[in-house]
Design a protein around this ligand. Structure first.
Ligand code: C2E
Ligand code: MG
Ligand code: MG
Ligand code: MG
Length: 288
């Protein structure tokens, strides 16, 4: 294990390592006790409205600090948690933490929380969300739930009915990682998303000469706008990328240029400043 290898030879857990049956069993075993042992935390990444350059809110992102391995990526343990039946308690924990935190921010700021496919198709989702909103005092319109294409494409009746119930509560729904899945356009007709988040793989390289990414982003922004949905460009890291996505008409930007995911205490400071942040201006905050 990483621990047996000793200090100074720390190695990160890579997704491929789950292919090893023993590694996978170890990871599952450790995941089962992680919640009870307080190993999870939530970090918050700023989202900025491009037109006004004002902070619009934060996306809540879960972190697992493994006692021996250190940070494990949610891309690794969230799918595992789904497979072994742990996503409900973990997902509920994130929702409560994020909504409680957001309730302390100024009222114009929203929090976005990611939902995994199983959470989306659970019949108890609307009641869970309503309960979390009422116990934390967060108004429904300040919560945005992010779901991925895979969720919608699963074409599950319960998922569609959940989305309708959540929307009638006033909760916002965003389509996350747009463009990375099967990208059937059919479900844009079926589900009235409030926002489309353009995956960071389209932003990366978009400024390179001859890249096809820019016309694709422009088309998605225009599609979103015609459908009455807003758009966010994910993964914006440089000034050139920021200038490009602004020119392409994106409404919001989220990316390292405005800040990496940060601890709740730092997000709270930023939220309460109420300032118009300059790009890179958040870097005085200690990022993870
Ligand atoms: P996502 O929802 O698309 O979140 C955005 C990911 O992009 C985050 O990775 C964030 O740290 C990263 N990112 C943001 N800006 C930049 C940038 O400028 N450059 C680059 N290279 N990356 C950037 P993270 O936190 O590792 O999360 C990975 C994925 O894990 C998330 O993708 C989401 O699908 C999932 N996830 C995270 N937290 C949760 C959770 O609480 N529940 C569920 N169900 N899934 C979660
Ligand atoms: Mg997301
Ligand atoms: Mg995303
Ligand atoms: Mg993602």
């Amino acid at each position: 294990s990483a621990k047996a290898a000793g200090r100074g030879t720390f190695k990160f857990f890579a997704p491929e390592m789950l292919a090893d049956a023993q590694e996978r069993r170890n990871m599952e075993f450790d995941l089962r006790s992680a919640l009870a042992e307080n190993q999870f935390s939530v970090v918050y990444q700023p989202s900025v409205h491009i037109g006004t350059q004002r902070l619009s809110g934060f996306e809540a992102l879960i972190r697992w600090n493994h006692p021996d391995r250190g940070p494990v990526s949610p891309d690794v343990f969230i799918p595992l948690a789904e497979e072994i039946g742990l996503i409900a308690p973990i997902g509920e924990w994130v929702l409560r933490a994020a909504c409680a935190e957001a309730a302390s921010w100024p009222q114009d700021l929203r929090v976005a929380v990611n939902l995994s496919p199983l959470q989306c198709s659970s019949a108890s989702l609307p009641a869970l969300i309503a309960g979390v909103l009422s116990s934390t005092g967060l108004p429904a319109n300040r919560l945005e739930l992010e779901i991925t294409e895979g969720v919608v494409l699963a074409n599950n009746e319960q998922t569609y009915s959940n989305i309708a119930s959540l929307k009638s509560l006033g909760v916002k729904i965003a389509l996350d990682d747009f463009g990375t899945g099967y990208s059937s356009l059919g479900y844009l007709r079926t589900v009235a998303f409030d926002k489309i988040k353009i995956d960071k793989s389209f932003v990366a390289g978009a400024v390179a000469p001859g890249s096809k990414n820019a016309p694709i982003i422009r088309a998605v922004v225009s599609l979103a706008s015609e459908l009455g949905m807003e758009s966010t460009a994910e993964g914006v890291e440089s000034q050139d990328e920021l200038a490009l996505v602004r020119q392409l008409g994106c409404d919001y930007v989220q990316g390292y240029i405005y800040g990496k995911p940060m601890a709740a205490t730092e997000a709270r400071l930023l939220a309460n400043e109420g300032a118009t942040p300059a790009a890179n201006g958040f870097l005085r905050f200690r990022n993870e």
